[in-house]
Design a protein around this ligand. Structure first.
Ligand SMILES: *Cc1c(COP(=O)(O)O)cnc(C)c1O
Length: 388
């Protein structure tokens, strides 16, 4: 049996054809296909504006900048996320801090958030921004986060890198109904891919314009209604602030447009795979992902937690044995504050207790469109073999 990765893209002939058309067109970098991709994603999510970027990391960066994150700002996020959810704040010179997770949903704990906000209010160090991560594709409880944001006056960025296609109380993630900006990733392991790529969605025109500008060096273009300095020249662009080259290419957008056509098929398959794991893993000493009535997950990850009290194997032994058997399980994630770089910033080892417990139990099982029933059975076979 060949190795079974934890995630992998699905590319069909239509995707290849779409990219070939783009490759033979006039534009290779940002051209007419980028706005088409932006429009299809924003219509899919029911948001007003969408800004495509060369990665979700870039989108997170310009989202923070558009919300005026800078030196002296405080940004909070989840410790159980990819490092990019926190790094974006550091790029802006801000301070980052972590809110512990809920042990069942693995998203930011609303209770922990509320307690930390109360404490921070007394200490006069309330956050400016909360980056809510929809872990594994399950939405955070956004209504509750919105209530707290209104009470304590912070802005919300949704890191929905895992969650395009997921819903919260009937709305698609990306609608920004409860947040200022939502970010998607189109990295190959995510729900749909553009190779590398990301997108920021918002309903706020000012934020949208600012992110468009930051994506292209901070230079105003023809889209700007008014140049900030009256120009007596005929040249119609000016650099207003320090931006970046975070543009998506038309090659990537062509793949994204083609992939988005199959998103419902992708989501249905992921849900089927998750249901199948739920059944096959019944009675095992594992905590399986819980279903929440307020969110339909996009099932980017299928994470099990080993119940060490009911098994004789440790998480590390299980991880090693499964990988030796060709089942390329992964750990999503090491709590961000435990990385050497973050430790140097002063974070202590046991900073978030629930994140620590999770970290010592969790394994992501393979879940992707092209995994076969036989491969999934193989994953379960090895799990049963090693856990007993
Ligand atoms: C993948 C991921 C990112 C970064 O995405 P890129 O497109 O690779 O930059 C950010 N946050 C989370 C939660 C992710 O899973």
């Amino acid at each position: 049996m060949k190795n079974i990765p934890y995630g992998r893209q699905n590319i069909v002939d239509e995707d290849v054809d779409a990219v070939l058309v783009a490759l033979k067109s006039e534009y290779l970098t940002q051209g007419p296909l980028v706005p088409i991709f932006e429009n299809t994603v924003k219509e899919y999510c029911n948001a007003k504006f969408a800004i495509a970027t060369n990665s979700a990391t870039s989108a997170l960066h310009i989202a923070c900048l558009a919300l005026d994150v800078g030196r002296g700002s405080v940004v909070w996020t989840s410790p159980i996320s990819f490092v990019a959810s926190a790094n974006c704040a550091l790029y802006c010179g801000a301070t980052v801090d972590f809110v512990d997770i809920d042990e069942i949903s693995h998203n930011i704990s609303i209770e922990a958030l509320e307690a930390k906000l109360k404490k921070s209010e007394l200490e006069k160090c309330l956050p400016d921004i909360l980056i809510a991560v929809h872990f594994a594709g399950l939405s955070c409880d956004m209504e509750k986060i919105r209530e707290l944001a209104d009470r304590y006056a912070f802005r919300i960025i949704e890191d929905a890198s895992h969650a395009i296609g997921a819903t919260y109380k009937g709305d698609k993630i990306g609608s920004c109904k409860y947040s200022d900006i939502t970010i998607f990733s189109f990295h190959p392991v995510k729900i749909i891919t553009t190779g590398e790529g990301g997108m920021a969605l918002t309903n706020n025109k000012v934020l949208a314009r600012r992110m468009q500008r930051l994506r292209t060096h901070g230079v105003t273009g023809a889209f700007e209604e008014m140049l900030p300095q009256p120009s007596d020249e005929i040249w119609n662009y000016q650099q207003i602030e320090l931006g970046f080259n975070y543009r998506m290419t038309d090659l990537q957008a062509s793949l994204g447009i083609s992939q988005l056509k199959r998103i419902e098929t992708f989501l249905t398959k992921r849900k089927e795979l998750a249901d199948r794991y739920n059944n096959l893993l019944d009675q095992m000493p594992l905590f399986k992902p819980k279903i929440f009535s307020y969110s339909e997950s996009s099932w980017h990850l299928y994470v099990v937690e080993l119940d060490s009290q009911r098994s004789n194997i440790t998480q590390k032994e299980l991880y090693t044995k499964l990988r030796q058997s060709g089942v390329l399980v992964n750990l999503h994630y090491i709590p961000i504050y435990k990385h050497p770089y973050y430790k140097k910033l002063g974070f202590k080892d046991q900073y978030c207790p629930n994140a620590e417990i999770y970290f010592h139990r969790a394994l992501s099982l393979p879940i992707f469109f092209d995994i076969t029933d036989a491969e999934q059975d193989q994953v379960v076979h090895y799990l049963k073999l090693y856990i007993q």
